[in-house]
Design a protein around this ligand. Structure first.
Ligand SMILES: [Zn+2]
Length: 142
């Protein structure tokens, strides 16, 4: 799936870069992502005057390492799909599911299946009490 859900484990306290970096540092990382995007969502390619910075993490469950893969600029619709848990709580699941199906060119049952898989991975990752953080991605900004 081109656009998929990214559920951050509950035990990842520092899953938000904004809580680790100073506002000035975060600005550098964020603006580099916007510059790379050139006004288009990095996932769906939609042109948007207001892109949002999104942190993509990788999870090495065997070694309990949460690694920052990249920071990309995405449109609001894609961002809502990525954070489907929060979006559903805010009452936006219908719009998010429609966007997911449009971007991925898939059916509602495929949407449900992908959501089930994401929830399963989330449950599994929540069993790991403490994740080690790998922020080597940020080295290029130093
Ligand atoms: Zn998008």
């Amino acid at each position: 799936m081109k656009l998929n859900f990214e559920l951050v484990p509950d035990s990842c306290w520092y899953s938000n870069l904004r809580s680790i970096l100073t506002p000035a540092q975060w600005d550098v990382v964020r603006k580099e992502a916007y510059a790379r995007a050139g006004g288009k969502c990095a996932i769906c390619g939609g042109v948007s005057p207001r892109l949002e910075a999104h942190e993509q993490w990788e999870y090495d469950e065997k070694n309990a390492v949460q690694k920052l893969k990249t920071v990309i600029a995405v449109c609001k619709n894609c961002h809502e799909v990525i954070h489907i848990g929060r979006t559903t709580l805010m009452g936006g699941e219908e719009r998010a599911s429609a966007h997911f199906m449009k971007v991925n060119g898939c059916s509602y049952s495929e949407y449900r299946k992908a959501l089930g898989e994401a929830n399963e991975a989330h449950r599994r990752r929540n069993l790991i009490p403490e994740w080690k953080l790998d922020l080597s991605y940020l080295k290029k900004f130093c």
